[in-house]
Ligand binder design. Structure first.
Ligand code: ATP
Ligand code: MG
Length: 149
């Protein structure tokens, strides 16, 4: 699954000479909607690529947490997000100050969609960022969906 997801982004990453890394367990099965999962990770990884200067790195790391959760961390070595903007980036159409040198052209919907899709899977979404150093988004999903998605 993740080879397929990263494959769709390899051209864009290559153009910016960004290294796309993946650390995923050999075997991992979770109950989730494949198309929605694809959209979650394409949005997060393409943000990583967009908001990271040429020559940087974007990484996906998947680890098991306890016996019932999986943690998907998408991190980059990019421009980071100012503290004051962090609480708002999951809102629809919210974008950080366009005056900063960033690859523009987005609509500000990507993360609001990610949040919605993670919630449909009864998961959690969090972000940590340091300006000029990089950003990490974490998606935590239960292995099994015991309620309707
Ligand atoms: P869209 O995804 O709809 O094309 P977008 O990327 O601007 O547009 P979101 O994905 O919702 O919208 O992200 C909202 C804002 O959060 C972005 O405009 C950007 O300012 C900031 N942001 C998101 N991801 C990162 C990241 N990895 N590093 C730095 N800033 C980020
Ligand atoms: Mg986006």
């Amino acid at each position: 699954f993740f080879e397929m997801v990263l494959g769709t982004l390899s051209k864009v990453a290559e153009k910016k000479q960004i290294r796309l890394e993946m650390h995923v367990p050999e075997e991992l099965y979770i109950e989730a909607d494949e198309d929605k999962m694809k959209q979650i990770f394409i949005n997060l990884l393409s943000n990583g690529i967009n908001y990271t200067p040429d020559g940087g790195r974007v990484k996906l790391q998947v680890t098991m947490d306890n016996d019932d959760e999986v943690v998907f961390a998408v991190s980059d070595t990019g421009i980071g997000i100012p503290k004051k903007d962090l609480p708002r980036i999951f809102e629809r159409f919210y974008r950080v100050d366009k005056g900063r040198s960033r690859n523009s052209g987005g609509t500000g919907l990507g993360l609001s969609i990610v949040k919605h899709l993670v919630e449909l899977h009864h998961g959690k979404l969090s972000v940590e960022s340091e300006l000029g150093m990089g950003t990490t988004f974490r998606v935590i999903l239960p292995f099994i969906q015991d309620e309707e998605m």
